[in-house]
Every structure is written in C-alpha cells, then in structure tokens.
Design a protein. Structure first.
Length: 229
C-alpha cells in the first residue's frame, strides 16, 4: 500500500520551508516581527517624512534657526493627514501638533528683524496657504493628552510583510518613551531616547493587531501627536 501524507501536514511543511507561519501560529507566542524589510507604502513614506520634519522643527527651535524652521514647516504642509480618534481620548492641548502657520510664526521670531529672512518666511507662508488633499491611504494623526506618570495605548492593524511606521511628538519638556507590542505582548520596537520626537518601524510577519504605547515618565502632562500608516 502506498503511504500518503495528509494535505494539512504538507501545507505545514511547505509553510515552514518558506518561512511563512501556518494558520494558528499567531497563538504560539512567537514575536510577529520579520527580519526582512517590508513593503513600504506611500503612507509609510509620508510618516517617515513627517517624523523627519518634526525632528527638524525640534532642531530649528533649539538653535533658533529661521531657515531650518521654514523647511520643516514646508515639509509638514506638503504632507496631508487624516484625523484619528483614540478611545477615551482627552481634549487635545494647544501646541501638541503645531500648524504650519505656528511654525512660520516661530521662523519669523527667529529672524530677529532680519528683513531678508522675514521675506523668506512670508514667501513660504504664502506658498503653503492652499493646503493639500488627503488620499485614500494617507497617514493617520491622533492627538492626545498624556498626564504625568501615565501611558497612552493605541491599537492598530498591521499588514503582514508591510512596514508599519509610527512617529510621536510631544509638546512639553517631559521624559517619554515609545514602545510597540504585537498581539502576543512581545515588545517588537522601542525608542527610549526621550527626544521630543520618537520613532519606530517594524515589519510584521502576519497581519494582526499591534499596540503602540507612549509612557510619560515626567512630572508634568504633555500633548502628544501620533502619526502612523
């Protein structure tokens, strides 16, 4: 009699050989994190650009650099975002996600009466006044107030094989960190730098939920803007 191998076993063997998890593997506790670089969507690229712009604005503010702030404001103005709503969300605090006009105002302040720099600010402000439309898969920005000594947790659905990117910006000088967990509570990314802008990028193996946690370790609350794809 010819021996036969059950079809389910063959599928499991093939999945293992290809590095693909069989059905039900999400319950094993294995970290949902691929070592390969995932497919980067336009929305993920936009989150990268926004995070870079936030960091440039942070640098411009610390150096009182008018031209750097103009570039940061232009970058932010050129990237449309959709508004997200987090469960139990508190009223956003002023300054948690500055408008480009706020940044242009800072750039004008840093110009310190320099006529040429002020002219550059006004030119850039006029160019960016029209705004841009948000496409079907543009980044999602959620704004929340995180009291001192508390954490803010937001859940998202991440696609297997596709980069999941998150950028977080705080509006107050308080120590914060950013952590990303998969559905099995495995820590798959973190940014403990406590910089004003934090960043994480992961590529999940399978499609499933991820939790983004922002923890405020400081003695004062802060408004936080979170952008994801």
């Amino acid at each position: 009699m010819r021996n036969t191998v059950p079809a389910r076993l063959l599928l499991a063997i093939a999945a293992t050989a290809l590095g693909v998890l069989p059905v039900g593997a999400t319950q094993t506790g294995r970290a949902n994190l691929s070592e390969a670089t995932g497919r980067v969507t336009p929305a993920a690229e936009a989150v990268d650009a926004l995070t870079l712009a936030y960091r440039l604005a942070d640098h411009a503010r610390s150096m009182r650099d008018s031209r750097a702030m103009i570039v940061a404001a232009r970058m932010i103005a050129s990237i449309p975002v959709a508004s997200g709503v987090a469960s139990g969300e508190a009223t956003p605090q002023p300054g948690s996600d500055p408008s480009t006009q706020d940044l242009f105002a800072e750039a004008a302040q840093f110009a310190a009466g320099d006529a040429a720099l002020l002219a550059e600010v006004e030119t850039a402000r006029a160019e960016q006044s029209k705004g841009v439309l948000c496409g079907p898969r543009c980044p999602i920005r959620t704004i929340h107030f995180v009291p001192a000594g508390t954490s803010w947790r937001v859940s998202f659905s991440a696609r297997g094989g596709e980069s999941f990117v998150v950028g977080v910006r705080r509006d107050a000088a308080t120590g914060m960190d950013l952590k990303v967990y998969d559905e099995n509570a495995n820590l798959i990314c973190h940014d403990l730098s406590q910089n004003p802008t934090l960043y994480c990028r992961v590529t999940p193996i399978w499609t499933g939920p991820v939790s983004v946690v922002v923890t405020n370790h400081g003695a004062r609350g802060a408004g936080v803007a979170m952008v994801t794809n």
